[in-house]
Design a protein. Sequence first.
Length: 117
Amino acid sequence: MKFKIDENLPVEMADLLTRAGHDALTIPDERLSGTVDTEAISICRSERRVLVTLDTDFANIRAYPPEDFDGIVVLRLKRQDKPYVLEVFARLVPVISNESLSGSLWIVDENRIRIRQ
């Protein structure tokens, strides 16, 4: 699978995905920092990438209908410090690797994954 890590997340998340066999890029690595949400998701769509973000705006299915994208993963964590985010995401990577995210919105917290299709 192909992923794009939003600028509000640690770049090391791309490494976690790459080690799991995925193609992962970050918004900062592509010099897209500061890009508005609509442009960022449009780039993900054209590149057929799953967006991974902390930005809860992407959980709005009216603005970003899941069926229009290759996947959106929104992390809704109680803490957003780097070590904690990486710890939670590392537990999520095996799940992501075994599921199709295409046409889905995944809202992930510490204890569960809610999937909207």
